[in-house]
Design a protein around this ligand. Structure first.
Ligand SMILES: Cc1ncc(COP(=O)(O)O)c(C=O)c1O
Length: 402
């Protein structure tokens, strides 16, 4: 058994549990595409707190909606009707093609909800031990259920016993799913990210989701998509599956929905939408008036400012700029992404680039050791997008000369 670490993380208060390797900077405020640290230094934010602040920081319409709701009432509980929650559910249903919504407070909770729906539907069909197919390198969260669904030993190690009821397949491998289909009678659902985010912006071949939809239709399985990172307009559609013209049975989202106010949502249609009854599931905070007021304002801004089309344009612009500057560069293995979810895979581990970017006043992320991940705000100007691209290119070009 591991003994508790007594080592304090030098870049934060020892009063905090040692769960994050934090960078030595604290931000005091933000405005649009910029964050400002406690010394007043300005940073161009190409990460948006991991795909959360899609509308940038301190967006005036979102801040005003939060302030107005805070002055009226922030929380009442789900013992009562919550008008903003009802309105938000109706908006999301219209945007998604789903029929009903459950609100929680995070991506992991939205996925827990999806897993519970799958198991419930399985039992309703008399499957005693329903199984959910999940894929290698997936990231679905850190609760016991979602870390079991996650395909990373790093996330799971030390937390055994993991849950039963999951079958693992390679990502973007339709044959592997067909093999499971031919050999298993107790599968009830597939849970997959349309683009794997934490795994390094891994975009499947076109038609992957369509193929999964076909298999799910043939087997009566639920297709459950984790759009916690890809959702809310970031890839150039409200949800990524809309690029392929299919409908899942369940879709989860969080991150960009509240632009920083914690909120998660599990949307479903058909059998999955009516699986729950009072007592099956719940959350004290989930869908409270404050979070829903924020999310309603986010949806208004996305719509009024046509930010979904903008995400597509800006993403194409940045990809083209990266390709023009970096193609043929032997430090670069791949440049990929969709909309404002961009990855540049380098030939060698490049975690160090995060600190170099920080020193230059740019916020980026490196995931899966070798992939520079950019999740910039949907409200950027063309000039902001070009500046991020040019600074990242300069960082890569300087990389092996230090
Ligand atoms: C695809 C995906 N699913 C789930 C999660 C978990 O979300 P949260 O950290 O809000 O629980 C994340 C977070 O990075 C994610 O990217």
């Amino acid at each position: 058994m591991a003994t508790p670490s007594t080592t304090k993380n030098a870049t934060t208060s020892g009063a905090l549990m040692d769960t994050y390797a934090r960078l030595p900077v604290a931000f005091a405020r933000g405005s649009g595409v910029y964050l400002y640290d406690e010394e007043g230094k300005r940073y161009l934010d190409a990460l948006t707190g991991l795909a959360v602040a899609g509308l940038g920081h301190a967006h005036p319409r979102v801040s005003a909606a939060i302030a107005a709701q805070a002055e009226r009432v922030m929380h009442t509980s789900n013992l009562y009707r919550i008008r903003a929650q009802e309105q938000l559910a109706e908006r999301l249903v219209a945007l998604s093609g789903m029929e009903r919504v459950f609100f929680g407070n995070s991506g992991a909770e939205a996925n827990e909800c999806a897993i519970k729906i799958a198991r419930l539907v399985g039992h309703q069909r008399d499957i005693k031990l329903p199984q959910v197919i999940v894929v290698e390198n997936a990231f679905h969260g850190r609760t016991m259920g979602t870390l079991t669904a996650t395909g990373s030993r790093k996330v799971q190690a030390g937390f055994e016993p993991l849950l039963t009821g999951f079958v693992r397949a390679p990502f973007d491998d339709v044959k592997a799913i067909e093999t499971i289909a031919a050999n298993s009678s107790d599968v009830i659902a597939i849970l997959v990210e349309p683009i794997q985010g934490e795994a390094g912006i891994v975009v499947p071949k076109p038609g992957y989701l369509t193929a999964l939809r076909r298999i799910c239709d043939e087997r009566r399985w639920l297709l459950m998509l984790d759009e916690v990172q890809t959702g809310n307009g970031r890839t150039g559609r409200y949800f990524y599956y809309q690029h392929e013209g299919i409908l899942p049975d369940v879709v989860t989202t969080a991150k960009g929905l509240g632009n920083g106010v914690p909120i998660g949502a599990c949307l479903a249609r058909g059998e999955a939408a009516s699986a729950f009854h009072p007592g099956n599931h719940g959350s004290t905070f989930g869908g409270n008036p404050l979070a829903c007021a924020a999310a309603l304002a986010v949806l208004d801004v996305i719509e009024d400012d046509a930010l979904i089309d903008r995400a597509a344009q800006l993403g194409d612009r940045m990809l083209a700029r990266f390709r023009a500057a970096l193609e043929g560069d032997n430090r670069v293995v791949d440049i990929r992404g969709k909309g404002l979810m961009l990855g540049i895979e380098l030939a060698t581990p490049c975690g160090d680039l995060v600190k170099r970017a920080l020193a230059k006043g740019l916020l980026i992320n490196v995931t899966h050791d070798r992939v520079i991940r950019l999740l910039p705000p949907l409200i950027m100007s063309d000039a902001d997008a070009d500046r991020i691209a040019d600074e990242v290119v300069a960082l890569i070009r300087d990389f092996d000369t230090h």
